[in-house]
Ligand binder design. Sequence first.
Ligand code: OAD
Length: 255
Amino acid sequence: MSDDAQQALRRAAALLAQARNILVLTGAGISAESGIPTFREAQTGLWAQYSPEDLATPEAFARHPERVWAWYRWRRALIARGGVNAGHRAIAALGGLTRVFVATQNVDGLHAAAGSLDIAELHGNIWRDRCSRCDTTVAHEILEPATEDIAVCRECGAMMRPDVVWFGEMLPIDALRAAESALDRADAVLVVGTSSRVYPAAALADAAIESARPVIEINPQPTGLSDTVDIRLADSASRALPALVAALDGVLTSG
Ligand code: OAD
């Protein structure tokens, strides 16, 4: 690690050591090292290969539910295969050192799988099915056998859909409110693996900066947020987060 990177890590740990409540905002980048593609990266991002209009809108589901379900089943399989990585585990470990709330745009459920306790899933959860008519939900703990059949709601008989937020849809209000109150309480914010381009989730980071809360960004690439954050750790989540948590542990045990 370069001297600059080491210094940034030390400053970030010192800053977190002062914080009683930390809000962690995460995006697809934290799961990238589990082998789960991000959305907007050139070449590898899902939206470079697939069209959101065909796969991630209520209209697409109404037109071609089988195609939409096939894509979500494929993504479930990638997530099941990838599992949690050192970045998810480090955030769970951070929760053992101080009070942490995780607001994630990811639908993969990997923060909970790694052991984080307080989580708002702003874009839903791919492991839940929700009735397209009456909103009854059914959770799947494990990958189901591959099938072309589309499950129907046991309450009303309409088609089930993945319980994720599609383009043009509202975010789950409880999750958004929980994330906003965690931001109100937070005295430091960690933004990990998100391009910070999708609203309203990205508004949480904007609000943190506007309210002069210290913000640390972890992302190997610069984002629209990078120039305005207090500390930028330009590294992958699975390297930077364990290093940051170890450094914080060092500060807390020595102080
Ligand atoms: P993006 O694909 O927009 O951004 C992923 C970010 O992760 C980029 O800034 C990458 O540089 C960064 N990144 C890549 N590898 C990383 C690594 N190993 N460690 C840390 N960072 C890494 O994904 P999101 O910002 O999550 O919404 O996208 C937000 C929303 O857009 C998604 O939730 C999804 C999508 O449309 C819905 O489906 C509703």
